[in-house]
Design a protein around this ligand. Structure first.
Ligand SMILES: [Zn+2]
Length: 262
């Protein structure tokens, strides 16, 4: 099941309802590992702000996990994979080779997804570790890869209009472990809008501050960030929507003689 909808679909769902003006840029919130219950609990919050996000699943795809993945996908979010055993790709490949990494970490999850009818086009590297060789190795299996950066000050912005069809996007961590500051994260979101670029965040669990670990997103922060992006009319899109977003921007640019985004 691949998405074949037109750019109009993304224009309708990929930016906040009710906000005025033309949407600019996109922020991609991504959540790694597996926190099915709490991720499902966060669905009403995402719906409230018309936000789509991406979940990268680690471990065996059990029937229960597949059911959660289907529910997340049915709510408009992107489902991606994060390996079977969370093994770091570069050192594993140096020691054992690419074939074994694909066979032990990638193929079992892909086969399970196929069995459950789950379409998957995105992947996040365990511990964000990757190199160009790893990107090349996974290109036949996924469209979008995700790695990471440490802090908001060094965040990377990917111009939507020129984003490659296949690419590795480096995200900024949200959580105490990543020294996140709400003001930096908000400034980053604003900059993504100003530059019509994609900004990627990564985190893990979602919950009240007293119930999560330092690599997770406090739900209070999440709501503030979603509201901030919505208020600035910045899209909140899943990885699977990026191609359509790019197309819609290129089309609107052609339609107006290339001046639409200036
Ligand atoms: Zn992970």
């Amino acid at each position: 099941m691949s998405k074949t909808v037109s750019g109009n679909h993304v224009m309708a769902s990929g930016f906040p309802a009710g906000a005025g003006g033309r949407p600019r840029g996109a922020v991609c919130f991504t959540f790694d590992d597996y926190h099915g219950g709490n991720w499902l609990n966060a669905l009403p919050l995402f719906r409230k702000y018309n936000a789509h996000v991406t979940f990268f699943i680690v471990g065996e795809i059990t029937p229960e996990k597949a059911e959660v993945m289907k529910q997340l996908q049915a709510a408009g979010h992107t489902i991606g994979l994060h390996t079977l055993h969370h093994r770091c790709a570069p050192p594993f490949i140096r020691e054992h080779g690419e074939t074994r990494y694909i066979e032990e970490e990638i193929t079992p999850q892909l086969n399970a997804c196929r069995e459950y009818g789950l379409a998957v086009r995105s992947f996040a590297f365990p511990n964000n570790l990757h190199d160009e060789e790893c990107d090349r190795m996974l290109a036949p299996f996924f469209d979008h890869l995700r790695a990471g950066r440490a802090s908001a000050e060094t965040a990377l912005y990917y111009p939507l209009k020129t984003m490659p069809d296949k690419c590795c996007l480096k995200g900024t961590g949200i959580g105490a472990y990543y020294n996140s500051r709400l003001s930096d994260l908000k400034n980053g979101i604003a900059r993504a809008g100003e530059t019509d670029s994609v900004l990627v965040f990564f985190s893990h669990n979602i919950g009240p501050r007293e119930k999560i670990t330092p690599i997770d997103t406090p739900v209070e922060w999440l709501e503030e960030l979603l509201a901030h992006a919505g208020g600035l009319n910045i899209r909140m899109a899943g990885f699977d929507e990026l191609d359509d977003l790019k197309l819609s921007i290129q089309e609107s640019s052609y339609a107006s003689g290339g001046r639409a985004d200036n």
